[in-house]
Design a protein around this ligand. Structure first.
Ligand code: FAD
Length: 416
């Protein structure tokens, strides 16, 4: 079924009885060409592009819970391509371009809103660093504008310019950045993949890998063994657990990251704003709620809930630039498990086990990467070679001394 304004009118006039389920609930088959583990944003996008771009449809996406129950439905919905390093920026800009055409491509309203992202700077050296980042973005075909204090004032007059402990000196503005309704991305990709023949199998946890003589031949699940020519792991915060089933240890730690939503307020935040003297990012949803977050909790965990000291730390970050939000009441908060890599950058790669592929290490930034991650992982699975924008996202980059350390903080996953 194609979704359109006409379809809404037709269904409205006929009692909304004609809508069909957005995806099927198939039983697992004995074998597939490709099994994708994890029905998060990246797994579903991979399945969609495998079917749509490469014509590979004998594919199953196995999900231990329900579709979209992981970080794809838990993030703060920010998209941007304001990276600096050559290993990252072309990849994230590919993602931004895919976001720009995504709703038409998969015929689903994901509420993509390019309302812009503003990274505030609070010192002269920080402005220099942002100028450098902006130039790197422009060289990679992205958009970037360096704003002075007046420019920031025009965009966001409600910020605290006068009494702040960290005075606002300007900011780096990416107009094409913004927000996207996160769970609609999972639903849109799922529907598009299912419609092309991909089996999305929920409540099917992978509990073991079948590896015969160094070749991955399938998986063991809570619903029995399923064979595959290729197995593509795509489980974000559970990466270390799943890859340990294949005897692999990853340069990844799992940490919890929290997100917060306030009661609905009149418009006060024009786009996405990030604090430059601490870790705090905020946007305002279409319903008026302030959607914000900050640092990970800072200890290793697989729990999808966080603790109060980080809540206080995040709220302090917000109050430092916009004290007026201190009066808003928090409505909801939750946590998600982040796959923090040692250099803060992700992996899309083959492994040393033939037929076993890995996608993970997304840290704070995997939502914005969803379309490019699916695009590049599908390319790797279909062709056997990395996509041109993902050649550096390799598992052996630490061995080769080719880290992609955007923040320049070294091998400290909790700092990226
Ligand atoms: C609070 C928070 C805020 C964030 N904000 C942003 C943001 O603003 N912008 C941004 O770019 N990124 C953000 N992120 C990061 C982003 O959400 C993640 O990097 C990205 O969603 C991870 O990829 P995914 O969608 O495939 O992961 P998930 O949705 O977590 O998908 C992985 C799936 O694998 C399944 N799985 C795990 N183990 C198994 C198994 N054994 N068998 C079968 N299935 C299994 C899980 O149930 C899960 O559904 C945020 C994350 C959090 C938690």
């Amino acid at each position: 079924m194609r979704y359109s304004a006409l379809q809404i009118i037709k269904q409205g006039l006929t009692g909304n009885k004609g809508w069909t389920p957005a995806w099927r609930e198939p039983e697992p088959k004995a074998d597939y060409d490709i099994i994708i583990i994890g029905a998060g944003g990246h797994g579903l996008a991979t399945a969609y592009y495998l079917a749509k771009e490469h014509g590979i449809t004998n594919v199953a996406v196995l999900e231990k819970g329900w579709l979209g129950s992981g970080n794809i439905g838990r993030n703060t919905t920010i998209i941007r391509s304001n990276y600096m390093l050559p290993g990252n920026e072309p990849f994230y800009e590919l993602s931004m371009k895919l976001w720009e055409g995504l709703e038409q491509d998969f015929n689903y309203n994901a509420m993509i809103s390019q309302r812009g992202i503003l990274n505030l700077c609070h010192s002269d050296p920080q402005r220099d660093a942002f100028a450098r980042r902006g130039n790197a973005m422009l060289m990679a075909g992205a958009d970037a504008v360096l704003l002075d204090e007046d420019g920031v004032r025009k965009l966001c007059p409600d910020l605290d310019f006068t009494n702040a402990r960290f005075p606002i000196k300007g900011g780096l503005w990416q107009k094409r950045g913004g927000t996207v309704r996160h769970d609609a991305v999972a639903w849109g990709y799922a529907r598009g993949a299912d419609e092309r023949g991909v089996d999305i199998i929920q409540n099917c946890e992978v509990v073991g890998m079948q590896i015969d003589n160094g070749v991955c031949t399938g998986v063991e699940t809570t619903r029995g063994k399923i064979g595959a020519k290729k197995v593509a792991v795509c489980v974000a915060g559970s990466s270390s657990r799943v890859m340990s089933m294949a005897g692999m240890r990853l340069p990844i730690e799992s940490h919890v990251l929290q997100a917060f939503v306030s009661e609905g307020l009149k418009p006060t935040i024009p786009g996405v704003i990030t604090f430059g003297a601490g870790h705090f990012y905020i946007s305002q949803s279409d319903k008026g709620g302030l959607v914000f977050g900050g640092d990970i909790d800072g200890y290793n965990t697989y729990a999808q809930r966080g603790n109060l000291p980080t809540v206080e730390d995040v709220c302090e970050g917000g109050m430092a630039i916009m004290p007026h939000i201190g009066r808003a009441r928090l409505l909801r908060m939750w946590g998600g498990v982040m796959d923090m890599s040692m250099d803060g950058s992700p992996f899309i790669d083959k492994t040393d086990i033939s037929g076993l592929f890995f996608n993970g290490g997304w840290c704070y930034g995997g939502f914005k990467a969803t379309p490019a991650s699916g695009w590049c992982y599908a390319h790797l699975l279909a062709t056997g070679s990395p996509h041109e924008t993902a050649t550096e996202l390799k598992l052996n980059r630490f061995k080769r001394g080719r880290m992609i350390d955007e923040k320049g903080v070294g091998a400290q996953p909790n700092l990226h």
